[in-house]
Design a protein around this ligand. Structure first.
Ligand code: ADP
Ligand code: MG
Length: 710
């Protein structure tokens, strides 16, 4: 059983222990003592509770090892054998230090190879018995594993380290797996009976979950695959359950506040639909209707709008702004970058500068404004002269005060933290809030994760879009890619060339945007109009570059990932991504979303030399589909939810072990139970739920505020 790499360690936060366990320093566990206790402390483990809630990262079934002779190439397997030889050398080619050990298990021989870990030499003495875990390959006619995980096994190890399902813990620096297992075993023996169960008995019975003692025992030392599975289910359920209890409460706290009842005319909705040179897609119309309905209600709206890149979310969001302004209020749109904020502002000016919505008075607030401009905007905002304010984080500053803010849009919401999202809303009195994201997630999952949001989905693209073809090249083939770009530019097409960092860094040895820009001017793109865009340009410079690119005066735009979010230049149809292996999957998808926005078919040319398995998986996925939902699903699986959503996202920090993607069934079960419990005992006031409440309050500190008892 392997978990994605975000599963792991619990801080000494509140779990279902009696006080005593949280107070017992691990120093008093057999085999630890003060010196080792300090070592543990570096790893964030101080108490017995911390240790028992340090869950395995994965397990190895060592009841049966794979004989070396039967190893399957390309698969990750566990073998056990005797060290029969070792060697170390320096590679003349890569200059790396190479250590090798030869392992024999009677059925065959295997080479284990490690780089730059010279101390390993002392480790692998011939005659020792070792366990290796890694991927097998054939290199120069010999069978080998590169950098396998390893463990030296002694006679006393039977029972804990071999012949069973063995836990592999996430922390190893200075502490070996074997030692950790010993200490966990000793802690369990000493303290297991003091573990206290926080799950209400009826819930446990109904969901057939084992008690906490049995669960913690088997999460560390599973007695059988069945008991292991049961323990994993129980521990995950508990996390999801607490998470959902807090999510549900948050939702109740928000919708119970008095919001603003907007007056929205049906005529306005119809008029809006006709205000553009194209007709709205059915999905856009549907979501506009959903927003209109929410805005008319007295309860504050809290809605997540998901739609793939290019699906036309901006228009939909602007509808809410128009409706708010029409009913005498103010609206705010916050975007994560100045480029994006300016782009929204320009789009709004184009859309509403003339025609039926002329009355909108708008401004754009970013941090780079001149003091005079800024003061002017702030003053007019407070007076209500400005009714639509578009900007960046700059909107969050304290001096930004509205007269009557009633509608808030947060674009690319994953780029903001929960607190920032909430902060903008506090500038009005419970305004309606629309958060938007272009990194969509499956609907069931978003409902369960963001249980505190209603979800709207734009699930179709505007018609008449070109198709985007994606191709992969190695860095050796870059010349070919540049030639293609040049040919197309000469035919009048526009292209982006994207780099992961700005300055050339010896360490990462990346071709940076700046250096390549200069290089292109003299070489591959000589004679063409080439521009450079990165995050360190001033506002004027950025506007100048983007303006020229928009007008077609720049043919090839060399850029950093400032392009990643939202940039909308329909004429650009070619994108080159250098070092594509360094980009996350959703990032690649976002980047690719910059092209194929017009009628021309797009070409996305990825240049990459993927080494890691993850990078290979990412590139494979981005080549396989342009469907944002499929990409998102894949990305969640590759990265794990914590990294996917960003650690600051609500609640996910608290999911250390449970994985909402792989364990969606358990998540949904926990949600159902949490809803029922909240219904039956909204304040968790019954004594039977007392322990549970204590734990939730510790883990989700604002829980008390939410139930109005803070
Ligand atoms: P995203 O959902 O990625 O934020 P945008 O709102 O930036 O997408 O829209 C992308 C482009 O599609 C814009 O140029 C916009 O004007 C255009 N667009 C939006 N809706 C439609 C539509 N119904 N028909 C044609 N083009 C549209
Ligand atoms: Mg957008």
């Amino acid at each position: 059983m392997v978990f994605p790499s975000s599963v792991f360690h619990f801080p000494s936060s509140a779990l279902g222990f009696m006080k005593s366990l949280r107070e017992i320093s691990i120093q008093y566990i057999k085999g630890v003592g003060p010196a080792r206790a300090r070592l543990f402390k570096n790893l964030g483990i101080e108490t017995v509770e911390d240790l028992l809630y340090l869950f395995p990262r994965r397990y190895e079934d060592r009841t049966q090892m794979t004989p070396i002779a039967m190893l399957k190439l390309g698969e990750t397997q566990t073998v056990s054998g005797k060290v029969v030889g070792k060697a170390s050398r320096r590679s003349w080619y890569t200059r790396k230090h190479v250590s090798e050990a030869v392992i024999d298990d009677g059925s065959g021989r295997l080479f284990a190879v490690w780089f730059n870990q010279p101390y390993l030499e002392r480790y692998f003495k011939p005659g020792l018995r070792v366990v290796l875990y890694g991927k097998t390959e054939v290199y120069k006619k010999r069978l080998q594993m590169i950098s396998p995980e390893y463990e030296i096994i002694t006679e006393q190890d039977a029972g804990l380290n071999t012949g069973r399902i063995v836990p592999i813990y996430p922390l190893t620096r200075g502490i070996t797996q074997r030692y950790l297992r010993k200490v966990v075993r000793a802690s369990l023996d000493k303290c297991r009976d003091d573990l206290q169960d926080i799950l209400p008995v009826p819930v446990r019975n109904k969901c057939r979950l084992p008690n906490i003692r049995r669960s913690i025992e088997n999460i560390h030392f599973p007695e059988s695959p069945a008991l292991q599975e049961e323990a994993i289910k129980r521990i995950s359920f508990e996390e999801f359950f607490l998470f959902q209890l807090s999510v549900i409460k948050r939702r109740m706290a928000i919708v119970s506040k008095p919001g603003i009842e907007h007056e929205i005319d049906l005529a306005l909705v119809q008029e809006y639909g006709k205000a553009f040179p194209f007709s709205l897609t059915p999905a856009q119309k549907r979501v506009i209707a959903e927003i209109a309905a929410d805005m008319q209600k007295p309860a504050p709206m809290l809605r997540l709008l998901q739609g793939d890149v290019g699906s036309g979310k901006t228009l939909v969001a602007f509808f809410g702004c128009v409706a708010a302004c029409r009913s005498g209020h103010q609206a705010a749109v916050m975007a994560p970058t100045a480029i994006l904020a300016r782009q929204h502002y320009q789009a709004a000016q184009e859309m509403f500068g003339r025609g039926p919505f002329r009355g909108l008075r708008m401004a754009c607030l970013v941090s780079a404004l001149k003091p005079r401009e800024r003061e002017d905007i702030l003053a007019r905002l407070l007076k209500g002269d400005i009714n639509l304010l578009i900007g960046t984080h700059a909107l969050l500053e304290e001096e930004v005060k509205f007269k009557k803010l009633s509608f808030v849009v947060i674009d690319e919401q994953h780029k903001f933290g929960v607190r920032q999202r909430a902060l903008l809303s506090t500038k009005g009195t419970n305004p309606d809030v629309l958060v938007m994201t272009a990194t969509p997630i499956p609907r069931t999952l978003s409902l369960t994760l963001f249980g505190d949001l209603d979800v709207s989905v734009i699930d179709e693209m505007p018609p008449g879009r070109g198709k985007v073809e994606t191709r992969l090249f190695t860095s050796e083939q870059a010349g070919e890619v540049y030639r293609t770009v040049r040919e197309m530019a000469e035919k009048g097409r526009q292209a982006y060339v994207v780099y992961p960092i700005i300055e050339e860094s010896e360490k990462l040895d990346l071709k940076a945007a700046q250096a390549m820009y200069r290089h292109f001017l003299e070489n591959e793109f000589k004679g063409l109009n080439v521009g450079l865009l990165h995050g360190q340009l001033s506002r004027e410079q950025t506007e100048e570059v983007m303006g020229k690119f928009r007008k077609g005066e720049i043919q090839i735009l060399v850029a950093t990932t400032v392009l990643e979010v939202g940039v909308d230049v329909p004429r650009a149809s070619i994108m080159v991504v250098e070092h594509a292996e360094r980009f996350g999957l959703s990032q690649l998808h976002q980047l690719r979303g910059r092209i194929g926005r017009g009628r021309d078919d797009g070409q996305c040319l990825l240049i990459a030399d993927p080494v890691t398995e993850d990078a290979q998986a990412r590139l494979k996925a981005v080549l396989a589909t342009t469907d944002g939902f499929k990409i998102a699903q894949e990305d969640l699986l590759i990265r794990g939810p914590g990294h996917y959503f960003g650690r600051h996202q609500h609640g996910l920090n608290e999911l250390k072990f449970a994985n909402p993607v792989a364990q969606i069934d358990i998540l949904e079960l926990a949600r159902k139970e949490a809803l029922e419990l909240t219904h039956a005992d909204p304040e968790l006031a019954s004594p039977a739920n007392g322990v549970l409440k204590d734990v939730i309050v510790k883990r989700y500190p604002n829980y008390l505020d939410m139930i109005g008892a803070g």
